[in-house]
Ligand binder design. Structure first.
Ligand code: GDP
Ligand code: GDP
Length: 434
């Protein structure tokens, strides 16, 4: 089960402030580069070596007053179903309100751990106010100031007991592929098309939940497991929550797969939400391909695909290693190619490069373009090896690793990609002390 921590609570209690405190700063920097910060209500966090995804629920309800309560209520229900831990935020400075009690009533029905965060406990006086929330019937209240960060350590210590440590770094025997993307891009149509392939043998995998159809496929002569995120619409009654629900499903699908097919509606192009999904897959170091679907609806002039591809690569820069396939599920155009590409990416992700080949290619590159000396220190990279981890990871051994600049690390990554095909695969490059 995915490690999702959902922040719930009425408006203005400080949910997004708490979200920003929990989510890694590095995360925000990556997103800033592409101008995606505005729509961001989920991100990666980590505590005592345990990574988890935080989701700020409030951001998804922006409708008018009358749908507000129904939408929020449903959102809490979705959060309860999909998240592993719930942070229920209340406000010490305004005290307990009727809406807080409404939230509490919905939350009472879950077996999942609920932590009551009494926010805005900036000073002793406000901290005393926090005791008012014992009326909600929970054993423990966590006074926190999301603004200054005080109190958040104890909350995280207790909450992180419920988070699983990172998985064993081992490649599975059969690639697990997920199809993720915003509502209406064509995910279900794609999955149905695969289901109807003449030679596809589908076994529903025991133990998977009703609302995800994980299947073992043998389509187009390729064997793979597909995690399907379709069926999203049925699960949210209030339209404002479709996006919220689909984001939760996408996070889970990404965590449980080796390669993510990020499906995009070609008539809309790559939007902020799509980039967020791609970032999420990158952060989890998953293989990625982009499937530009509904290509049949695009007016084709001579170079349309090339232009669109260049535009997308521009938006993804510097991570432009992600392959893009232009498909039409409707006319079955290049649908096979998409599966084939996803399997190629899986193979890129699992392959091991022989140390001799690696050194032959990379030491020649390093000789041609050596790392610049820093503070009079001559930097010498002696050799490189691929570590035995699942995510391709390369260690360059060097006399002064600390003095190797980020730009040079990027150069090494580019050269690795040039010599050894890692299309669609995030890779790690480290410098180590020899
Ligand atoms: P949300 O609607 O629940 O996401 O709430 P926001 O995070 O947008 O915060 C609402 C207001 O409360 C903002 O003006 C915040 O600056 C303020 N706020 C958030 N956390 C704290 C806190 O720990 N102490 C104080 N004094 N104000 C806070
Ligand atoms: P999902 O919400 O991502 O699962 O999307 P669906 O599979 O339900 O598709 C949404 C709509 O797009 C449906 O009306 C499909 O028939 C249509 N659709 C899916 N793929 C294509 C395609 O390649 N071309 C066109 N023109 N329509 C498509």
């Amino acid at each position: 089960m995915a490690n999702i921590v959902a922040i719930v609570g009425r408006p203005n209690v400080g949910k997004s402030t708490l979200f920003n405190r929990l989510v890694e700063e590095r995360d925000a920097i990556i997103d800033n580069q592409s101008g995606v910060t505005r729509d961001r209500h989920y991100g990666q966090a980590e505590w005592v070596g345990k990574p988890f995804t935080v989701i700020d629920t409030g951001g998804y309800v922006t409708g008018s007053e009358d749908i507000f309560e129904a939408a929020i209520r449903e959102q809490v229900e979705i959060a309860i179903r999909e998240a592993k831990v719930i942070l229920f935020v209340v406000d010490c400075q305004t005290g307990l309100t009727g809406l807080d009690k409404d939230f509490s009533r919905v939350l009472r029905h879950t077996d999942k751990p609920v932590y009551v965060v009494a926010n805005k406990a900036d000073n002793t006086e406000a901290m005393y106010m926090a005791s008012e929330f014992y009326e909600l019937g929970y054993d423990k209240i966590y006074p926190v100031s999301a603004m200054s960060g005080s109190g958040s350590g104890e909350l995280l210590d207790d909450m992180s007991q419920h988070i699983d440590p990172p998985e064993d770094d081992e490649a599975p025997e059969i690639p697990r592929i997920s199809v993720v993307g915003r509502p209406n891009v064509g995910k279900s149509s794609f999955v149905n098309l695969l289901l109807n392939q003449e030679r596809s043998i589908v076994t529903n995998i025991a133990g998977t939940t009703r609302d995800s159809v994980d299947g073992h496929y043998n389509a187009f002569g390729k064997e793979f497991i597909l995690t399907d995120t379709a069926g999203i619409r049925r699960k949210a009654k209030v339209s404002e929550n479709i996006e919220f629900y689909s984001v939760l499903r996408a996070i889970k699908a990404i965590e449980n797969s080796d390669v993510c097919i990020v499906m995009i509606d070609a008539t809309r192009g790559l939007e902020a939400q799509d980039l967020n999904i791609i970032f999420q897959a990158q952060k989890h170091k998953k293989g990625i391909i982009i499937m530009m679907n509904k290509w049949d609806l695009i007016e084709k002039e001579n170079n349309t695909a090339k232009e669109v591809e260049a535009e997308i690569k521009g938006k993804l820069a510097p991570n432009d290693y992600i392959p893009i396939i232009f498909t039409s599920v409707l006319t079955k155009q290049r649908v096979f190619k998409a599966i084939e590409k996803a399997i190629d990416v899986y193979e890129n992700r699992t392959k091991k490069i022989a140390t001799s080949k690696l050194n032959e290619a990379m030491l020649a590159e390093i000789e041609r373009t050596p790392p610049p000396s820093v503070k009079g220190k001559y930097i010498k990279i002696k050799y490189v090896t691929q570590l035995p981890t699942y995510t391709p990871t390369f260690a360059f051994f060097c006399n002064h690793p600390k003095y190797v600049k980020e730009s040079y690390v990027r150069f090494l990554e580019n050269r690795l990609r040039k010599h050894f095909n890692f299309e669609g695969v995030p890779i790690n490059v480290f410098l180590r002390k020899k």
